[in-house]
Every structure is written in structure tokens, then in C-alpha cells.
Design a protein around this ligand. Structure first.
Ligand code: PCA
Length: 329
């Protein structure tokens, strides 16, 4: 039985039992779990995408977003879509690097540290990503980067030595490895939970965008944000492949066009949020600025180690992605 049939409402199932036929126009309801808070620009963008699909299909496909990890926590969203528990959802791509290193192409330190470079890197990685996702019963609809990643601390930090022993909130393999290589103690915490983690001292530092720190009001617990521009990780929206294949050509066309708009709108928002949210952190009372040259030099060295490790782990696909990306520059 096709997933959409399984998900039909009780009324529709009764209609089948009575008439023995599928109702001609069974409206579908798609649930779309998202890991980040409703006010985050990715979530607002996802809500606009959902609205575009709902309006475009005249309610024949209604997408309801569930931000803030309310339906599934970030770490569970991909599996929920793959297995058909939900039809569609959004997740941080590099969150799956523990499954396959290729998913971590976008968090290799200093490989593509600007919007322009990260867009090229994403294009270079897209064929490998799409192949990998297809093998997992998933179809990617659109992807949007986070603003550049910088370091947050609860004190002034001018060198890697200053970081030693700090509890560091990580969100993927690369962030956990960065903690290890800088002598910090990684603890994995979803973005939705970080305000509390910082307030209670479970974590004292992290690497993330200005957007996430702003969103979670981290100035209540943390004091410094250093612009490091280490990488720009992507969030992506994916749909269950069986659901997608079950969707009419006309509806696929509408969804694809809404996704194209969302990808552009999301990128514009990410760019706009870079400055806006760093200003917001400063207004909240944080010291916001560049990392010292000495600290950057140390971080770059660690970045080289992590690049070599990633290339080793990602094998042929990793090499293909980096070669294609370098060919674009
Ligand atoms: N915010 C997300 C991922 C990257 C970012 O900027 C987070 O901190 O979980």
C-alpha cells in the first residue's frame, strides 16, 4: 500500500470501505517537522514554502510545519521522513555526517567560508548528495545555508589555550572534533535546548551563527562572539521518495517552483541575518568582533587537520566534491 493511502483520513478509509473505490480528490495533509525555533529564518522560510504549496495546490496538498523540534527532535527528523512517519521535513545536512562523512561536506573548516564559496561547494556536492539521498528513499527539495559560523564563549578568548577545559556545545561531528582538538569538552545539544544548557552551565561555549545565538538570546549567559567564518552549514528540506513519486506531475511542478522560491528567499534571509543578528548580539550586551590573528592561525592549523580527516573519511565522493569545487574557483 502506498504511503499516501496509509495516511488517508478515517473518513476516506470509510469511503473506500463503502464504495470500494478511491475518492477522486483525497486532499493530502503533509506534516513537516523542523528542528529550529519558529522565529528562526529557516523556520519562517519553511512556513512560507508550506503556504506556497497549500495555496498553489488549492489545498489538495496542505503542508503543516512543526518548528522547534515539536514533532521530532532534529536528530530524528531524517529517519521519520525515510520511514514514512512524516512526508516531508527539514534538517541540518551535516547532522548526518556520523552516518556518512559525505553529509559533512559543508562543515570542513575554512574550505568555503563565504556565501559565494559555499554556494559553489554546494553545487559541487549536489550530485553526490542527491545520489546518497535517493538510496535512502529521500528527495531533496531545497537547501539554505546558515550564516558563517563563529565562536561563542562566556569569557574573553585569545588563543586555543584559553579554551582548554570549557564545556562546548556541539551540533555535528565537525563541531565535536573541533572541541577535541582545542582541548574542550564536547556535549551534543540541539539548538532548541541551548538557552537552558548555557543558563545551567551544561555548556559554556559553542560554534554557531550569529542567527542562532540571537534566536536563543545567548547574551543572557555568554559574553563573547568571535567572527571566525569557519563554514556555512546547510539546512535542507527533503520529502519521502514514495510520497514524491505518488504526487501528480502538476503538484510536483508546483512544489518544485515553491522550493525554488524558498531557496532564493532563504539565501537572501541568511545574508541579511548575518549582520542583523550580530548587531543584535551586541545590543544584548555581548562583545562581538573578529578573532585575533593568533587565534585564527591556531584555528587554521586545526582546520587543516580536520580537512585531511574529512577527505580520508569521505573517500572518492569527498575527493570528487573538493575537486569539482576547486575547479569552480
Ligand atoms: N545554527 C545551528 C546550526 C548552524 C547554526 O548556525 C545550530 O547551532 O544548531
Amino acid at each position: 500500500m502506498k504511503l499516501t493511502n496509509k495516511l488517508m483520513t478515517g473518513a476516506a478509509s470509510i469511503a473506500i470501505a463503502v464504495t470500494g473505490a478511491l475518492p477522486a480528490l483525497a486532499a493530502e495533509k503533509w506534516d513537516m517537522p523542523m528542528a529550529y525555533s519558529a522565529s528562526n529564518f529557516h523556520s519562517e522560510n519553511g512556513a512560507a514554502f508550506a503556504e506556497c504549496v497549500t495555496t498553489g495546490t488549492q489545498g489538495e496538498i496542505t503542508i503543516t510545519t512543526h518548528p522547534g523540534g515539536a514533532l521530532f527532535a532534529g536528530a530524528d527528523i531524517k529517519r521519520a521522513i525515510q520511514t514514512g512517519q512524516v512526508q516531508i521535513g527539514e534538517r541540518l545536512m551535516s547532522g548526518h555526517a556520523n552516518e556518512n562523512a559525505v553529509f559533512g561536506f559543508d562543515s570542513v573548516p575554512f574550505l568555503a567560508p563565504s556565501f559565494e564559496n559555499s554556494a559553489k561547494l554546494f553545487e559541487a556536492a549536489k550530485p553526490s548528495m542527491e545520489k546518497l539521498l535517493e538510496e535512502q528513499n529521500l528527495v531533496m527539495l531545497y537547501a539554505v545555508p546558515w550564516p558563517p559560523q563563529g565562536l561563542y564563549f562566556n569569557k574573553e578568548v585569545n588563543s586555543v589555550a584559553d579554551m582548554k577545559g570549557l564545556k562546548f556545545r556541539s551540533y555535528n561531528n565537525a563541531t565535536a572534533r573541533l572541541a577535541e582538538l582545542t582541548g574542550m569538552l564536547p556535549v551534543t545539544i540541539e539548538a532548541a535546548e541551548i538557552s537552558q544548557a548555557f543558563a545551567t552551565g551544561v555548556a559554556e561555549s559553542m560554534i554557531s551563527s550569529g542567527a542562532t545565538g540571537y534566536d536563543r538570546k545567548v547574551w543572557e549567559s555568554l559574553s563573547h562572539f568571535y567572527e571566525v567564518d569557519a563554514w556555512l552549514p546547510y539546512n535542507y528540506v527533503m520529502v519521502n521518495k514514495d510520497v514524491w513519486e505518488d504526487t501528480s506531475d502538476a503538484h510536483q511542478g508546483i512544489i518544485t517552483s515553491c522550493a525554488g522560491e524558498a531557496q532564493e528567499r532563504g539565501l537572501d534571509a541568511a545574508k541579511a541575518y548575518t549582520k542583523l543578528t550580530m548587531d543584535g548580539l551586541a545590543e544584548g550586551g555581548m562583545t562581538v568582533g573578529s578573532a585575533s590573528d593568533a587565534l585564527m592561525a591556531e584555528l587554521r592549523e586545526i582546520g587543516e587537520t580536520m580537512t585531511a580527516e574529512w577527505l580520508e573519511a569521505a573517500g572518492e565522493d569527498g575527493k570528487t566534491i573538493v575537486d569539482a569545487y576547486k575547479g569552480m574557483n
